[in-house]
Design a protein around this ligand. Structure first.
Ligand code: IPR
Ligand code: MG
Length: 140
């Protein structure tokens, strides 16, 4: 049996027109690239539950207004196939600051402008954004 694709939930955490990114440490997928907080969907979890759990586990931040935005199907190599559920959220309390809770997995968290992304950006995320995808809500 071939391995099953992995399912990841990634969160565009938005604050003051900026997005939270962290540079991944060694990993079989996306090592050394800047990526969103997020991770593997656990059995029985909703996308929103996974987003809140992963953001808390990786940054210590509590989030709200969690919404699903987009799904991408990424065949990265013969051995890496990930389905990524992109969510967006905001901080429950805007005075919170991100902590690097898993320093073995991430170099640290910082806020970046959409038009000034940190490089190298995680490949599937860069492709999504360069394709014109905008995670910010449209003003009425
Ligand atoms: P964990 O669950 O360790 O946070 O996983 P991740 O951050 O490596 O994300 C896995 C899915 C991604 C690569 C789409
Ligand atoms: Mg993760």
């Amino acid at each position: 049996m071939p391995p099953a694709p992995e399912i990841g939930v990634a969160v565009f955490l938005l604050k003051d027109n900026k997005i939270l990114f962290g540079r991944r440490r060694s990993s079989n997928i996306g090592a050394h690239t800047y990526a969103l907080p997020g991770g593997h969907l656990e059995f029985g979890e909703s996308f929103e539950e996974c987003a809140a759990r992963e953001v808390m586990e990786e940054t210590g931040l509590e989030i709200k207004n969690i919404e699903m935005l987009r799904t991408t199907n990424n065949v990265l190599s013969d051995t890496a196939h990930v389905v990524i559920i992109y969510m967006r959220a905001i901080l429950s309390n805007p005075h919170q600051t991100p902590q690097n809770v898993e320093p073995d997995k991430c170099e640290g968290w910082n806020w970046y402008d959409l038009n000034n992304l940190p490089e190298p950006t995680f490949g599937p995320l860069r492709a999504l954004l360069q394709g014109g995808f905008n995670p910010f809500p449209v003003d009425d």
